[in-house]
Design a protein around this ligand. Structure first.
Ligand code: SIN
Length: 456
């Protein structure tokens, strides 16, 4: 039996967690157990499910500091960002603990005499979840919390570099929640496929790359199973000539480099309206150079390591393939053990450049110049992705036009592409997403099914 092992990206010889890969038999047993447990869980009054989620949040909050330290050690996230991720996860659990008591349907005028006509939302059943390593606590939480709130059971398969955090999350869930409604399965593609193919699994929620998301959607679709896939991004921050330049430069620098650019919401393209050009590029380069690159466990660190050696090679190879001019960065950091890359800005000359069209997943952004607002909008919509865009401007009319015309799932005016409000819908369009959005009340579209009820 193979072991799944995670290692510290800042100190790659240090092992963080180890767990045997799940077998096909493990998946089968977990799915059958979950299907049995789900029926009883769904029959509980909604308020009791909410109380259970609240107790789960309280249980996790007692280990908030050590969970943040584990996120930092296992996936190399700077400790401040790791702490914020734990807080966000607790907030998500508490939010859905309350959301369970919101109306679960609607009444409609009946077609006949004294009859009643209504629709109610019911749980879907057992949900397979395939989650990434970059938000090892928040992403499982924002899938599991609404799934459970609406009466479903869960099979969770986390990405292997984050199995330690997933183990802690699942252990707390299993201690507090009724037996069988949360199962942890570990492994790679074969385990994910066994989950997707299992007849007891009624829906699959995935976060990761566009290529893998599409294969998940087509495999699940082949047996008529719904999918929700949050996939890649190549997000633009648009800087219009009337904006607050200092604010735009600091915000964009953070959006390029937060968690070393390993967020699907990271800014990867900075589109600058003439005549700001070089002046804004210099300001942004200054902000990037001021960030401290180093050990994510140290409080002053702005940029930590990439997740592994392959990730670093792929980021540096993308920069090398670009035909643009490197303004700052573009190299690995010497003298540190982990997989560090200097924050990088590249002035590109072609909209076909690799840094414009492909998701790089590192602290790297392409600078693109626009002669007008119309051209800035067209450049922002260029390419296949459509997750999030931000626009920096003091002009309300321009902000409203960009909100209407950007082909993305989320638009942020004068704020970073990164970050999400857990009570608002989260998701993209075009190559960035498939299926209903996550989080907020939008989550019920995926985690419930509507039944129409007629009384005559
Ligand atoms: C993500 O980028 O995957 C999560 C959203 C965020 O906090 O930026």
């Amino acid at each position: 039996m193979t072991d799944i092992v995670s290692r510290n990206p800042a100190h790659p010889l240090v092992e963080i967690a180890r767990r045997p890969a799940s077998s096909a038999k493990d998946v089968d047993e977990a799915a059958r157990h979950a299907a049995d447990a789900q029926r009883a869980w769904a029959r509980l009054p909604a308020g009791e499910r909410g109380q259970a989620l609240m107790a789960f949040a309280d249980r996790l909050s007692r280990e908030a500091d050590s969970l943040a330290a584990l996120i930092c050690e296992e996936v190399g996230k700077p400790i401040g960002e790791a702490r914020a991720e734990v807080t966000r996860s607790l907030d998500i659990l508490r939010y859905y603990a309350g959301v369970v008591l919101l109306p679960d349907g609607e009444t409609l005028p009946a077609g006949t005499g004294r009859g009643w006509l209504m629709s109610r939302r019911y749980p879907v059943g057992v949900i397979g979840m395939i989650t990434p390593w970059n938000f090892p606590l928040a992403i499982p939480t924002w899938k599991v919390a609404p799934a459970l709130a609406y009466g479903n059971a869960v099979l969770l398969k986390p990405a292997s570099p984050a199995i330690g955090v997933a183990q802690r999350f699942a252990a707390a869930a299993q201690e507090i929640l009724p037996d069988g409604i949360v199962h942890l399965l570990t492994g790679d593609r074969d385990v994910a496929e066994a989950i997707i193919d299992h007849p007891s699994v009624s829906a699959v929620s995935f976060t990761g790359s566009t290529a893998v998301g599409r294969s998940v959607a087509s495999r699940a679709g082949a047996r008529g199973v719904a999918t929700q896939c949050e996939m890649g991004g190549q997000n633009a921050s648009v800087v219009l000539r009337d904006c607050d330049l200092e604010h735009a430069a600091s915000t964009i620098a953070a959006a390029i480099t937060g968690y070393a650019g390993q967020k699907c919401t990271a800014t990867s393209r900075v589109i600058i309206e003439d005549p700001l050009g070089d002046a804004f590029v210099d300001l942004l380069a200054d902000r990037l150079q001021a960030l401290k690159v180093g050990d994510p466990a140290l409080p002053g660190t702005g940029v930590g390591p990439l997740i592994d050696a392959t990730a670093r090679e792929s980021v540096l190879a993308a920069v090398a393939r670009s035909s643009g001019r490197t303004i700052t960065g573009g190299t690995a950091v010497d003298g540190l053990e982990g997989f560090y890359v200097h924050p990088t800005l590249v002035d590109v000359r072609s909209s076909r450049d690799v840094l414009v069209e492909q998701e790089v997943f590192g602290p790297v952004a392409a600078v693109v110049r626009a002669r007008s607002r119309e051209e800035a909008l067209a450049l922002a919509n260029h390419g296949s992705y459509g997750l999030v865009a931000s626009v920096f401007t003091a002009d309300l009319e321009a902000a409203m036009t960009f909100c209407d015309e950007l082909q993305v799932g989320m638009v942020k005016i004068n704020s970073a592409t990164t970050g999400a409000d857990f009570h608002a819908p989260f998701g993209g369009s075009r190559a960035s997403a498939f299926g209903p959005h996550e989080q907020g009340l939008a989550a019920r579209e995926f985690f419930t099914q509507t039944r129409t009820l007629t009384f005559t």
